[in-house]
Design a protein around this ligand. Structure first.
Ligand SMILES: NC(=O)c1ccc[n+]([C@@H]2O[C@H](COP(=O)([O-])OP(=O)(O)OC[C@H]3O[C@@H](n4cnc5c(N)ncnc54)[C@H](OP(=O)(O)O)[C@@H]3O)[C@@H](O)[C@H]2O)c1
Length: 372
């Protein structure tokens, strides 16, 4: 923990670091960090939003600092809230303490805040500095922003492929392409999701369980796209565990009443959505339904069918791709993303913030899909 900062950016980067401790616990709220910093840039106290419904980061930082805070600076990664939600407005608390400056990472995209917190601070004579590490601060709350502005969860796509770019052999066999260490990381990723999404093809080929083992901060809904619901046979692992960890099937009108009744008896929720042009559950309708349920993060663990539909619809936000040092060969071996794809290279989505990690020989490549 630093005791003194070299610059506003340095302090804000630390506030962002502590904010990340809330990821997985605070959703559908954003992860936020706050610091009280003396005018000589000494750290006085810190706080972060720890759990949904709990006090905001500013409250934790101010409470940890004690009483006489006048003349100090408050750093906060997200604009303080100005409305009565599950907790009182942070702006009122900030004003009470007569900070010298309030330094903010990014504004709050939620319609009920959206600059009003900053405006109220300024109207009351507070010196507000905005946009310090603004891009990093905005990235931290990107899933929250997507839910607020687009009404759907942030879509993470994960797959494991060989060095020749295949996710399964020509027979559909795929267990296991990545190593144990990589799969351990996938379980950690699952544990901070609201939904794990797959398709009928993967359920039939792999009979997956799709739980986080060990459990993480969240217990994600396991969702399957399947027009008829028939892939969830009475023997499937998903159906057999539906009363322990929730399972939903997104189907179309092709799912018969008898099939819906069978699924419901087994504890599987059956959600009938509109069909797309090919008569399959429409991925946009599925995402909007999950957004209505305030799901913030969704992890796709499917084959090329569902990934292709999501890429074609430009709904993938973040990639987690494991490349294993293996070659499977074969023109009929599956590549990760199906669908229509792009005709010309200049049309490809722009990937940003590319980072790589080594997992005992497997390489994990992560990137964000840019929408700008
Ligand atoms: N290595 C990895 O990371 C990894 C991960 C997962 C799966 N896999 C492999 O992937 C293979 C399965 O591939 P897949 O493409 O069949 O699996 P998938 O993407 O899980 O499922 C595709 C199927 O889902 C149904 N579907 C429902 N709604 C859809 C929509 N809106 N768009 C497209 N499809 C929709 C379609 O079935 P209908 O046509 O019957 O309606 C489609 O054939 C298996 O071999 C599995 O082992 C590999």
């Amino acid at each position: 923990m630093p005791t003194q900062f070299e610059s506003d950016q340095h302090a804000m980067r630390y506030a962002l670091e502590i904010a990340r401790r809330g990821l997985g616990n605070v959703e559908p709220n954003p992860a936020v960090g706050a610091l009280v910093v003396a005018p000589d840039r000494t750290l006085v106290s810190e706080g972060w939003h720890r759990e949904f419904g709990g006090p905001h980061a500013e409250v934790h930082a101010i409470q940890a600092a004690g009483n006489d805070l006048a003349g100090n600076d408050l750093f906060v990664t997200l604009e303080p809230c100005s409305h009565h939600g599950q907790t009182p407005p942070c702006v009122d608390l900030v004003l009470q303490h007569q900070f010298r400056r309030v330094v903010i990472g990014c504004s709050d995209p939620a319609a009920h805040v959206n600059g009003q917190g900053i405006a109220q601070l300024r109207e009351n004579g507070v010196d507000v500095v905005e946009g310090i590490c603004g891009a990093e601060a905005a990235r931290l709350i990107a899933p929250f922003r997507t839910l607020q502005l687009n009404g759907r969860p942030w879509v993470h796509a994960k797959w494991a492929m060989t060095m020749d770019g295949r996710i399964a052999s020509r027979t559909g066999h795929s267990k296991w392409i990545s190593n144990e260490r990589s799969r351990e990381y996938v379980h950690q990723l699952r544990g901070r999701m609201d939904v794990i999404l797959t398709g009928r093809g993967t359920v039939v080929a792999d009979n997956p369980l799709l739980t986080a083992r060990p459990e993480g901060a969240r217990r994600p809904l396991r969702a399957v796209l399947d027009s008829t619901g028939e892939s969830l046979t009475n023997d499937s692992q998903l159906l057999r565990t539906a009363n322990e960890v929730p399972v939903a099937v997104f189907a179309t009108a092709h799912c018969t009443d008898a099939e819906q009744a069978r699924l419901q008896r087994a504890g599987v929720e059956c959600i009938v959505v509109d069909a797309d042009g090919r008569g399959r559950p429409d991925v946009d309708a599925v995402l909007l339904e999950l957004g209505r349920r305030r799901c913030t993060n969704l992890l796709v663990e499917s084959g090329p069918g569902i990934l292709g539909a999501l890429f074609d619809s430009e709904k993938v936000d973040e990639l987690h791709v494991f490349v294993a040092p293996k070659i499977v060969g074969g023109v009929k071996a599956l590549s990760p993303v199906g669908g229509l794809g792009r005709a010309n290279i200049p049309e490809l989505p722009n990937l940003q913030n590319v980072r790589t990690r080594d997992f005992e020989g497997d390489v994990l490549i992560q990137a964000d899909v840019s929408r700008g």
